[in-house]
Design a protein around this ligand. Structure first.
Ligand code: SAM
Length: 233
């Protein structure tokens, strides 16, 4: 019996992954100058709430283990805010969510109002990763899930992430592993965008989800020493 349950969970997870990835693959996405936004924020909200719960749970635990107590966290491409809410509610972090898509931010604000106490509620901001509306050194951690392959200019986005991270901070990014999802093979490896003097790759490796499968990878980055980096022109 436990075996049947495991198979069902893995199968369900795989189907969930496929559904979500398909959903993000242009069937429902809209190309904008900053990146691909979901065509239907309401559908993505419902779908991700049901199908991605275990993924958000494991990511949130990993982020919380890396964050200082009460640390400031930015979630880039936060979508409807399910991870941001979990980080604020269950791990007591001070969270800001940012997304290119104003309809996602509307949903994120509504979701947070329903599920997170006012004093812990994340702040949600409309914006793009390539021009983050925050001063230098604003965050202890930057996180992002299933969003990076949608960014129009991921190298510029990573430079911005390096700028808003405080010295000693880090970025934890989960994104699709190239080559493992059949209709996703044309997407570039997010690791190809880790270039330039502003951010440094610390590690990258497969992340188990769904179940024992690893359709995503976890990328860890740290900001480069800005004093040593050449000034932007
Ligand atoms: C597949 S959804 C993932 C949402 C959420 N992180 C999650 O795990 O459910 C990708 C999100 O990235 C956002 N996005 C795409 N390009 C972006 C950019 N350049 N800057 C910020 N957000 C972006 C989209 O609007 C969309 O909400």
């Amino acid at each position: 019996m436990p075996r049947i349950r495991t198979v069902a969970i893995v199968l369900g997870g795989a189907l969930a992954a496929v559904a979500v990835v398909r959903h993000t693959q242009g069937q429902a996405g809209l190309e904008t100058p900053g990146g691909i936004v979901m065509g239907d924020a309401a559908a993505y909200d419902s779908l991700s709430r049901v199908l991605l719960g275990p993924f958000y749970r494991s990511v949130a635990a990993d982020v919380a283990a890396a964050a200082p107590i009460g640390g400031r966290v930015l979630d880039v491409g936060c979508g409807p805010g399910h991870l941001a809410d979990r980080l604020a509610r269950d791990h007591d972090l001070e969270v800001t969510g940012l997304d290119l898509d104003s309809s996602m931010i509307e949903r994120a604000r509504a979701n947070a109002a329903r599920s997170v106490a006012a004093e812990r509620r994340p702040t949600f901001v409309v914006g793009g990763v390539a021009a983050l509306p925050f001063p230098d050194d604003s965050f202890d951690l930057v996180v992002s899930t299933l969003s990076m392959h949608h960014w129009a200019d991921a190298t510029a986005g990573l430079a911005e992430i390096g700028r808003v991270l405080r010295p000693g901070g880090r970025a934890l990014i989960w994104d699709i592993r190239p080559g493992v999802v059949p209709f996703h093979r044309h997407r570039p490896d997010p690791l190809d965008s880790v270039a330039g003097p502003f951010i440094r790759l610390e590690s990258a490796g497969p992340w188990r989800w769904p179940g024992r499968l690893a359709l995503t990878q976890r990328i860890e980055l740290t900001p480069a020493d800005r004093e040593a980096a050449p000034a932007a022109t």
